[in-house]
Design a protein. Structure first.
Length: 285
């Protein structure tokens, strides 16, 4: 059942994210249910679900948006563009407080935030976040938004062979913080091998690798159990136990599985391809 619909004329919505629910409040109060969306004209719009209206429009980018997310407390919006620029903006004031050009020249594919202990990794602040760009680079940052601090912790660059002939577009570069392994991120992308890499921010090295049947087109890590969901171009979805275990493969899509997303409970998984959205029930996970 369609409950709410927001429409922006003459612009395509490229990415969106839900505002995280306030810590300790469950269920989420209706008045705090907001969605942020990034558009092809470089604008970021915040919509109130309860009031079914647009509350804020910002224009932090000169290029189309390719990734957007909230900080873990919902106080900041991080957005990335097709030109590789990352902006940090306040939904309270509508002002952009940081513009980061470290990935300039390559579209941002992923932005993700996670909580950290205040002095983890030798930097202040309660938040880690990462940016991934299509040139197989990942930057990891420690931030204290209240103190206006944003510090680069790590810079990863993954090698790859020359682009294969006949491949119109390379598989995306995707990274995510590991919910069940503190200080570790998972990376998949076009590279020397078809694999998922587990990288330790503490040891500054790859801890282990999991072989994949093809280059991944989508990735999601379960917040409730050590499982990864990985989508591929051959209409295939794989559930991969971690750190090791027998993977389970599922067909059912009509095209490339370009989106995987676990529900916050970890009990359901949403996947999408060209013209189908599937919801999976995970038993025993």
């Amino acid at each position: 059942e369609l409950v709410v619909q927001f429409q922006v004329l003459n612009q395509s919505c490229q990415c969106l994210a839900w505002k995280p629910r306030p810590v300790g409040l469950w269920p989420c109060p209706v008045e705090s249910q907001h969605v942020v969306a990034g558009y092809s004209d470089g604008t970021v719009r915040v919509f109130s679900v309860s009031r079914t209206e647009m509350e804020l429009k910002m224009h932090p980018h000169a290029a189309a948006l390719t990734a957007v997310t909230y900080s873990t407390n919902g106080e900041m919006i991080l957005s990335g563009g097709k030109d590789g620029i990352v902006a940090v903006s306040s939904p309270r004031t509508g002002m952009t407080i940081h513009v980061l050009a470290d990935h300039k020249g390559s579209p941002i594919t992923v932005l993700q935030c996670t909580r950290k202990q205040y002095h983890d990794f030798g930097v202040e602040g309660g938040e880690l976040w990462l940016a991934t760009s299509s040139d197989r680079r990942v930057s990891v940052w420690g931030s204290d938004w209240l103190q206006d601090k944003c510090e680069l912790l790590d810079w990863l660059s993954f090698p790859a062979p020359a682009g294969p002939e006949g491949l119109d577009s390379l598989p995306p570069s995707l990274a995510a913080f590991c919910p069940w392994e503190h200080g570790v991120l998972v990376y998949v992308g076009f590279g020397m091998q078809k694999e998922a890499l587990f990288y330790s921010l503490r040891k500054k090295q790859v801890l282990r690798k999991i072989s994949l049947p093809a280059f991944a087109t989508s990735l999601s890590l379960s917040p409730a159990a050590p499982f990864m969901a990985i989508g591929f171009g051959e209409r295939l979805l794989r559930l991969q136990p971690c750190p090791a275990g027998e993977p389970q493969d599922y067909a059912g899509h009509d095209d490339t599985v370009h989106l995987c997303r676990f529900a916050p409970s970890g009990r359901r998984l949403l996947t999408a391809s060209h013209s189908a959205v599937l919801v999976w029930e995970l038993t025993g996970a």
